[in-house]
Design a protein around this ligand. Structure first.
Ligand code: ATP
Length: 295
């Protein structure tokens, strides 16, 4: 499968401050790649380095086979970008702005802009200073998607969007990927990443702690088990692959890994009143990576 983004030990220090350290990720054509991490983890730094807005301290990156520094202009022609902190020109109407941005890129496709404006249900004839923040974010999404880019890089794309528009956004993203486009999006909204992305990387304190297909990440992560005992919690209490035990509303909540039959057998050997078992959501996995002392 064709590689669209590849980073090799990409590192950025802001003076002495860590931005990102030895980031290695590979995004393939057609991926909807979720780049997850909490505030300050290094998501924007990675994205800004990829697009050559800032220079890495060491390491390198390629997009569509081109060098992110040497070939940044050629890359930007084929890449749509949703910045985390877009600065729109408030005196322009939405249409004028899209035309302006298209012109800078040397190709304004009015029909394409119109198609996405209809899709996101926004009228663009008013000046943008009168737009709500959600409307502004729609304009930012439209400018990134229009003109048929091969790759769309988005920094927190759903910021400010209401749930209905988020749903439209996710539908659009799926359609784009089905048409062969590659999507790279940063987020800390796990539920959206879980619904739409086929592959994820998790960044923690500037370093990648996981990069995997969504399915295999969930599979490997095991189950969440919630157990309510008839009496006090038996001591010792242990089940197959147990981790992260916490108490919540009378239930003991834990993670369990390994063969499900072993997990069930172990649970059944205790005097339990109730049991819930479900696969870890991305939320659970994320918390596991981020809980101090775990992993
Ligand atoms: N211009 C800068 N000067 C100094 N340090 C910076 C600068 N920009 C970012 N950093 C630092 O780099 C680290 C990564 O920041 P970055 O903005 O990439 O994180 P992020 O994952 O995008 O966070 P958020 O979700 O809050 O946007 C943080 O510790 C931040 O303080």
């Amino acid at each position: 499968m064709e590689t669209v983004i590849e980073t090799k030990n990409l590192t950025k220090f802001y003076g002495k401050n860590r931005g990102i350290k030895d980031v290695n990720i590979t995004v393939r054509k057609g991926d909807i790649f979720g780049f997850l991490g909490p505030n300050g983890a290094g998501k924007s730094t990675t994205i800004r380095t990829l697009l050559d807005f800032i220079r890495p301290s060491s390491g390198r990156a390629t997009i569509l086979g081109m060098d992110c520094q040497k070939d940044s202009l050629a890359i930007r022609k084929r890449t749509g970008y949703v910045p985390g902190d877009a600065n729109l020109y408030g005196h322009m109407t939405g249409w004028k702005y899209l035309e302006y941005i298209g012109g800078i890129r040397g190709q304004y496709d009015a029909a394409s802009a119109k198609k996405y404006a209809e899709r996101f249900e926004i009228r663009l004839d008013r000046r943008m200073r009168e737009y709500s923040s959600g409307m502004r974010q729609k304009v930012v999404l439209i400018q990134a998607l229009m003109n048929d880019p091969d790759l769309v890089i988005m920094d927190e794309p759903t910021k400010g969007l209401d749930p209905l528009v988020q749903q439209i956004f996710m539908d659009v993203v799926r359609e784009e990927a089905a048409n062969g486009k590659t999507i790279f999006m940063s987020s800390h909204v796990l539920s959206e990443v879980e619904k739409v992305c086929n592959r994820v990387a998790i960044i923690k304190e500037g370093m990648i702690v996981a990069e995997e297909d969504m399915e295999s990440l969930k599979h490997k992560a095991g189950k969440v088990v919630e157990v309510k005992f008839r009496g006090a919690k038996p001591e010792p209490f242990t089940i197959s692959g147990i981790g992260n035990v916490a108490q919540l509303n009378g239930y003991y909540r834990m993670t369990a890994a390994g063969d499900i039959r072993n997990i069930l057998r172990d649970i059944a050997s205790y005097d339990v009143e109730d049991v819930n078992i479900h696969s870890m959501t991305l939320d659970d996995i994320f918390m596991q990576y981020y809980t101090p002392g775990v992993k």
